[in-house]
Design a protein around this ligand. Structure first.
Ligand SMILES: Nc1ncnc2c1ncn2[C@@H]1O[C@H](COP(=O)(O)OP(=O)(O)OP(=O)(O)O)[C@@H](O)[C@H]1O
Length: 277
């Protein structure tokens, strides 16, 4: 299989029904290998349901998802091997060390000892936690813990990484640090990323293209710039005339969904500041 295929995602006419309720209503889109796609939408739009189907956690009612040439319907285990997942909630074990958390996941994925050691070393380096390898997770700052969980999600070298609200709850410094890490992982390793977020600045900072979902339907999919231009009267960058404000992704979001953005907490809550230089 070529590298291009290994990191690609195809979502074809995907439907999810819970009883009579259609939470996802025939969504189709593709993500190219190495692309970073943002998934935006108001609460209840169907983002999590879509991601849970794409990550083989929830059966698809109709349609198909193919990741790296592997069907979620017919080969969910194959999909699980090809993808990494960063859940919204922090799920690392606080009573284990950084290294132990990584090691458990590496073993779960069946990585043999030499590859396990190599992968752990590379990732500890990548997420800048070498100096914390023996630290108990409960002693880490929120930002460090999130970086550990990013490393954990990549322990088996997946070509595709799903991230559910990767920086929610982090303080501003930690958020930017996680953004920088994700950008570097994408740039240097070509990892395809699909991330859901409630933060327009995050989508703008990280995502090559942005998909907006509302009431189970894909209502827009394009680059941030093109989305801004597509809003009536939308102006970006140098096109902005003096005295006029540029169109923001917030404006785009309101235009396509009729909702104002929820969950705007770039100041974070409760995760504590970074404890390191
Ligand atoms: N297991 C379930 N049974 C019934 N309805 C469900 C189930 N899971 C989700 N839903 C419904 O499907 C719709 C989409 O929910 P989903 O969690 O995917 O939205 P979301 O876009 O991720 O929202 P949020 O941003 O709040 O996380 C909602 O109306 C939700 O109540």
């Amino acid at each position: 299989m070529s590298r291009v295929e290994a990191g690609s995602i195809q979502v074809e006419r995907v439907v999810k029904r819970f009883g009579d309720f259609e939470a996802v209503r025939g969504v189709s889109f593709g993500v190219g290998s190495g692309e970073v796609l943002g998934l935006l939408g108001p609460n209840g739009a169907g983002k999590s349901t879509l991601i849970r189907m794409m990550t083989a956690l929830l059966p698809i009612t109709e349609g198909e998802v193919v990741i790296g040439g592997c069907s979620v319907r017919t080969d969910p285990d194959g999909v699980r091997r090809r993808i990494g997942v960063l859940p919204q909630a922090m799920t690392s074990d606080t009573d284990l060390t950084v290294e132990e958390n990584l090691s458990i996941y590496a073993k779960l994925y069946g990585l043999e000892a030499p590859r396990r050691r190599r992968s752990m070393e590379e990732l500890l380096e990548a997420v800048d936690l070498v100096h914390k390898r023996k630290a108990m997770v409960r002693t880490l700052s929120g930002g460090m813990r999130r970086r550990l969980e990013i490393a954990r999600g990549l322990i088996h070298s997946p070509r595709v990484f799903f991230l559910d609200e990767p920086t929610t709850g982090l303080d501003p410094v930690s958020r930017v640090r996680v953004w920088d890490l994700l950008k570097r992982l994408n740039r240097e390793h070509g990892i395809t990323m699909l991330l859901s977020t409630h933060h327009m600045d995050e989508a703008d900072a990280l995502c090559g293209r942005i998909a907006i979902v509302d009431q189970g339907t894909l209502v827009a999919l394009d680059t941030s710039e093109n989305l801004k231009r597509s809003v009536p009267g939308g102006r970006v960058g140098e096109e902005v005339s003096p005295g006029r404000k540029p169109t923001t992704l917030d404006d785009v979001f309101v235009h396509f969904t009729g909702h104002v953005i929820s969950g705007k907490d770039p100041g974070g809550s409760g995760a504590g500041p970074e404890e390191e230089a």
